[in-house]
Design a protein around this ligand. Structure first.
Ligand code: PEP
Length: 253
């Protein structure tokens, strides 16, 4: 049984006081008996402060990116050890905004996944097709390439700390959400590809989140698909009531 997981990606939003208030409202709204894993991923400079706010609550802290080396002369970059010391358990890697705006390659994503896992973090690996790729019916080729490239060389133990987020690029921040059927088809395909290469125990254990314009209104339909194990939420995670409503939708039968 995979535990449902809802993570909020705040991207480059919030002032420090807004971040603390948002984190406090989320922490207040998640009960200690909540059966869903809930995490917030604020911008780097607010991690430690938000970590203090959520500490002692069931809400976990995550970062939005990490460098692929453990330390050294990498101006402006942040290592997994730094994220851990700031209180992070999770790190998002390979978000489409980094792949497409900053040219992050599959090889760089694989390197980051390895480094973060070697340093003991839990990884949320993002993948998904662009609109042009879907219009040419290439999405399954893209899923296979991205997942195999990102996961190459991982041990069974490392897979136990990996979550995949299927995020169709055409659905991110656009208000155009995938249908529950489109999400289920994509997730089932990714799980099947994992099974072929890594075997059924790993494929069945890996959680696959859906991301892309998730709202309280569309969350239940998506989250009740058999292979949709939660949501990576962007815009709606900036409003505590909306984010909590999405987490609640994941708990409902
Ligand atoms: C995201 O960027 O991870 C995301 C899912 O954004 P949004 O919910 O705003 O589409």
């Amino acid at each position: 049984m995979r535990t449902k997981f809802v993570a909020g990606n705040w991207k480059m939003n919030t002032t420090l006081s807004e971040a603390k208030a948002l984190a406090a409202a989320v922490a207040k709204g998640v009960s200690p008996t909540c059966p869903v894993i809930v995490a917030v991923c604020p911008p780097f400079p607010w991690l430690a402060a938000v970590g203090e706010v959520v500490s002692g609550s069931p809400v976990a802290l995550g970062a939005q990116d990490v460098h692929f080396e453990k330390k050294g002369a990498y101006t402006g970059e942040v290592s997994p050890a730094m994220l851990k010391e700031a209180g992070c358990k999770y790190v998002i890697i390979g978000h489409s905004e980094r792949r497409h705006q900053l040219g992050e390659s599959d090889a760089a994503v694989n390197h980051k996944v390895h480094t973060a896992l070697e340093e003991g973090m839990h990884v949320i690996l993002c993948m998904g097709e662009t609109l042009a790729e879907r219009e040419r019916n290439l999405q399954e080729r893209v899923f296979q390439r991205q997942v195999y490239a990102a996961c190459a060389g991982l041990s069974d133990e490392q897979f136990s700390r990996l979550t995949i987020a299927y995020e169709p690029v055409w659905a991110i921040g656009t208000g155009k959400v995938a249908t529950p059927e489109q999400a289920q088809t994509a997730h089932a395909f990714v799980r099947e590809r994992l099974r072929v290469v890594y075997g059924a125990p790993i494929a069945n254990a890996v959680s696959i989140l859906y991301g892309g314009s998730v709202t309280p209104e569309n969350a239940a339909g998506l989250l009740h698909q058999p292979d949709v194990d939660g949501a990576l939420v962007g815009g709606a995670s900036l409003k505590a009531d909306q984010f909590l409503a999405i987490a609640n939708a994941a708990t409902a039968p």
